[in-house]
Write a protein that binds this ligand. Structure first.
Ligand code: CU
Length: 188
């Protein structure tokens, strides 16, 4: 019933606003009071915000909201549910993380074809992060044992060898928990 909260942009926006209510309240309270310092004996009256301050603050809040709204489609849950709706042939891959390696049903992918990583952990908390050949991280998933599989759809854009690394500390050989994926250029 609450699926819309993490499967649509407006749902994500609602959640985002909800979590920001306490921060915004405190922020506005501080701004309103001007300071935490007790004016004490000097008894300086708290002054109203000047025009410049109002414009400045509206600008900051506006930019803050804009950045948040614009970034919504990039939320992994949102982009995944959007990608699943597209009429595209999705390649499913099962990933099982364990101390300290990955079991993957597939390690070769094609540029342009969406890949759905269905990942889980069989022992402790592990991460599943994929790095572009240029070293940039593309995404990471946190895999918690006992939790049903989490899925993420990603479409590779460049051919090459992608590194897989665990980004959740999982014990002695955590540093050595890695793997590789090969992405080839599409045949057509
Ligand atoms: Cu680890």
């Amino acid at each position: 019933m609450l699926d819309f909260l993490y499967q649509s942009g407006w749902g994500a926006f609602t959640v985002l606003l909800f979590f920001q209510i306490p921060f915004v309240t405190v922020f506005l309270y501080i701004v309103y009071r001007k300071s935490f310092v007790d004016s004490g004996a000097s008894d300086t009256a708290s002054k109203k915000m000047t025009r410049v301050e109002t414009i400045w603050m509206s600008g900051v809040i506006g930019i803050f909201l804009l950045v948040n709204i614009v970034s919504i489609p990039y939320f992994p849950a949102i982009s995944t549910s959007q990608a699943a709706k597209l009429d595209k042939d999705i390649q499913d891959v099962d990933v099982t993380a364990m101390s300290w390696s990955y079991e993957m049903s597939e390690r070769e992918f094609v540029v342009g074809r969406p890949v759905r990583f269905n990942a889980k952990s069989s022992d402790t908390v592990h991460g599943f992060a994929i790095y572009h050949p240029n070293g940039r991280i593309l995404f990471t998933m946190m895999l918690i044992p006992g939790v049903s599989k989490s899925s993420l759809i990603y479409t590779f854009k460049d051919p090459g060898t992608y590194k897989v690394r665990c980004l959740e500390y999982c014990g002695l050989a955590h540093h050595d928990m890695n793997d590789e994926l090969v992405v080839t250029a599409s045949s057509n």
